[in-house]
Design a protein around this ligand. Structure first.
Ligand code: PGA
Length: 252
């Protein structure tokens, strides 16, 4: 059975003290609600990971890194390896975010290496895919997303693919306040699941959590999450304040 997941992506926001205060406040809010029906993930900057992991005592709450290196170790100044991320207690790593792809030149080939290293170190990738506006306007969104998945993930064994969480994030919806309609999200998520089924079979496809990301917030989460193929969200802006993040978690 696939999991429902609400994952926050802080991006390059919050210093350590702010991150820790947020974690305390979120745990308090979670403990005040006895019906939390999803797993909750905080996607924090590298340097916060160990500190935040050390504070977490809620079984439903986990920590994710927002990236990891495409090399295992060695002379790569400034890089952080998957092994290092895992050693902080983080269980997840966001990979292939459109900001990494477009600002830092991360290609499918680089991402493929990152996925392999994450898996080899026991981390579950939250793998982001999604088209830019021109691609959607040209009706190419399915082709773009299928290619991103095929190039980075389809050499994995079925067992390893089973550890992947996908996040469909149409680039035109990220940080723009423009959300995909529930119908657009459902259509793409169903297409993604069909693509997975074509490669790994129905059971693996059914068990894969596919999150939606792109200006998801307290007012649209319920409608987005009510779609049969939308298993949660990857939340940027609205994950920065507990008051905005909690209602998204409670949308399940
Ligand atoms: P947003 O970001 O919710 O601020 O649009 C989502 C993301 O980039 O993961």
């Amino acid at each position: 059975m696939r999991k429902n997941i609400v994952a926050g992506n802080w991006k390059m926001n919050k210093n350590l003290q702010e991150g820790l205060a947020f974690t305390d406040a979120l745990q308090l809010a979670l403990s005040n609600h006895d019906k939390i029906n999803c797993e909750v993930i905080i996607g924090a900057p590298f340097i916060h990971l160990a500190h935040i992991s050390g504070k977490i005592n809620d079984k439903k709450l986990h920590v994710a890194a927002q990236n990891c290196a495409d090399k295992a170790s060695g002379a790569y100044t400034g890089e952080v390896s998957a092994e290092m991320v895992a050693s902080t207690g983080a269980k997840y790593v966001i990979l292939g975010h459109s900001e990494r792809r477009s600002y830092y030149g991360e290609t499918d080939a680089i991402l493929k290496e990152k996925v392999l290293l994450a898996l080899a170190n026991g981390l579950k990738p939250i793998f982001c895919i999604g088209e830019v506006l021109e691609e959607r306007e040209a009706g190419k969104q399915e082709e773009v997303v299928r290619t991103q998945i095929e190039n980075a993930l389809f050499d994995l064994s079925a067992e390893d693919f089973g550890k992947i969480i996908l996040a469909y994030e149409p680039v035109w919806a990220i940080g723009t306040g423009k959300t995909a309609t529930p119908q657009q999200a459902q259509e793409m998520h169903a297409f993604i699941r069909k693509t997975i089924a074509g490669k790994y079979g129905e059971t693996v496809a059914d068990d894969t959590s596919i999150l939606y990301g792109g200006s998801a917030n307290a007012s649209n989460a319920k409608e987005l999450f009510s779609n049969p193929d939308v298993d949660g969200g990857l939340i940027g802006g609205a994950s920065l304040e507990v008051e905005k993040f909690m209602p998204i978690i409670q949308a399940f």
